[in-house]
Design a protein around this ligand. Structure first.
Ligand code: FCB
Length: 449
């Protein structure tokens, strides 16, 4: 039996295999079909913010090429597709009138997926806030949470019966800490204390959105997608251990505890600057909603050192083209830890909603030999299988990403796709990893020995 078959057989029947993308990273058509600007349009058009001075105006032109892209997912033999909605495409001002032309695009996409028997997993917010809401303070303004809930209700009402799932937010940690903390992402604010308030409004908007979507009684499972990591102390010193515990509390538990326990982690609360942190009575109850699934995105671990300069991990498997440590075993440790910590608190089934690797892919004729990506996938699948074996309820895995795309402040310089995109011709070319993934899923289904 091949190694691939042995690995494929470790996953339970019904396990879902898919790919993920997000609106601003692939759609393009930034000024078409009644779409208004989002904070990522403004940010990427601001000189100096994006590594290659690019933007998402055209990106992968998915808005026009969605049918071809769905065809690729079908040809890969995958069960599921995770995508996000550009809020300013369906509601240009983030409040008030719906843009029917924008809605029609997502209706077309969802029916194209249905025709191919690919289940559709929608994310409502993958970082692209309508600029009109930013002009009123963005996520620092509590009202944004209420506008988000209206938008969520509308999307659930219209599409909820054709979707397998709806996630409120993608990686609110990033929205808060990169968008408002260090300013690397839109809207580019550098104010760590403001970032705390933003994270509270994001959580509040999540709870309000779940409540609003529940009233629609649709088939779609409802949840949220969080980016998570293990926080590993660099040494056995008490200082490193304490710093790692703080890091875990401030990142993973900061979002998990409000959702599953109804309060912020005490360890983090005790240390943060609460001078501008406002939680109104009743907020925590709103955030503490039962969920149908939890999406976890995993890319790397946090390696926590209190020394100056900080100790670096050994990086036995090297770094990705993003400079991220390749650390597959962090994934199983994270999943098992989350399971143990939250299983009695209503932890729902888990999907790995993102995991993947940037490689400096080179075209070799019509091929791309991305062996490191195949190795990365194999190793991470192995860790998911290990977590399932240990009793963690994991229902599916979405590779990030279907296509090379606009990698936020890295522009088009970092390629995560299974499919290579030639941005000049918009040609899609399968990498070796795409061929490998297809073969893997076929083996999983028992179609190849
Ligand atoms: C995640 C984002 C996704 C992509 C990957 C590489 O944090 O959710 O859009 O940028 O990283």
């Amino acid at each position: 039996m091949s190694e691939q078959t042995t690995l494929a057989q470790q996953f339970p029947a019904g396990f879902v295999w898919g790919v993920a993308t997000s609106a601003y990273q692939i759609e393009g058509a930034a000024n078409e079909g009644g779409r208004a600007a989002s904070i990522w349009d403004t940010f990427s058009h601001t000189p100096g913010k994006i590594l290659d001075d690019s933007n998402g105006d055209v990106a992968c032109d998915h808005y026009h090429r969605y049918a071809e892209d769905v065809e690729h997912i079908a040809n890969l033999g995958l069960d599921a597709y995770r995508f996000s909605v550009s809020w300013s495409r369906v509601q240009p001002d983030g409040r008030g009138a719906w843009n029917e032309e924008g809605m029609a695009f997502y209706a077309r996409l969802i029916s194209a997926l249905a025709e191919k028997n690919i289940s559709a997993h929608m994310t409502l917010y993958h970082w692209d806030l309508p600029q009109a809401l930013q002009d009123d303070g963005g996520w620092l303004n509590r009202d944004t949470a209420y506008h988000f809930a209206q938008y969520a209700r509308e999307m659930a009402a219209r599409f909820g019966d054709q979707l397998a799932s709806i996630a409120t937010h993608n990686e609110p940690w990033c929205t808060a800490n990169l968008g408002y903390g260090n300013g690397q992402f839109a809207p580019g604010v550098k104010d760590e204390v403001a970032a705390l308030q933003v994270s509270h409004h994001l959580l509040l908007s999540h709870g309000l959105a779940i409540q609003a979507m529940r009233t629609q009684n649709k088939k779609a499972k409802l949840g949220i997608v969080l980016n998570q990591w293990t926080a590993d102390p660099a040494t056995d010193s008490a200082a490193d251990h304490a710093a790692a515990a703080w890091e875990y509390a401030r990142s993973v538990q900061w979002f998990m505890d409000p959702i599953f326990r109804g309060h912020y982690p005490a360890l983090a609360l005790a240390k943060i600057d609460q001078s501008r942190f406002i939680v109104l009575p009743g907020d925590m109850e709103v955030i503490h909603q039962a969920l149908d699934f939890l999406g976890i995105n995993y890319y790397f671990r946090a390696y926590v050192s209190t020394e100056t300069p900080p100790r670096q991990p050994e990086t036995k498997l090297g770094l990705t083209d993003m400079g991220w440590e390749i650390y597959p075993e962090g994934l199983s440790r994270l999943l098992i830890g989350i399971h143990q910590e939250y299983k009695d608190l209503g932890l729902p089934p888990i999907y790995i909603t993102e995991n993947g690797m940037a490689v400096a892919d080179q075209l070799d004729g019509e091929q791309i030999h991305d062996t490191p990506r195949i190795d990365y996938m194999q190793r991470h699948f192995q860790e998911v299988a290990k977590a399932i074996e240990a009793g963690v309820n994991i229902k599916g895995f979405f590779y990030w990403s279907l296509l090379d795309n606009f990698e936020w402040n890295s522009g088009y310089l970092r390629r995560f796709g299974l499919i290579y995109v030639d941005y000049v011709s918009q040609r899609r070319i399968w990498k070796d990893s795409a061929i490998w993934f297809k073969g893997f899923v076929q083996r999983f289904r028992g179609r190849v020995g």
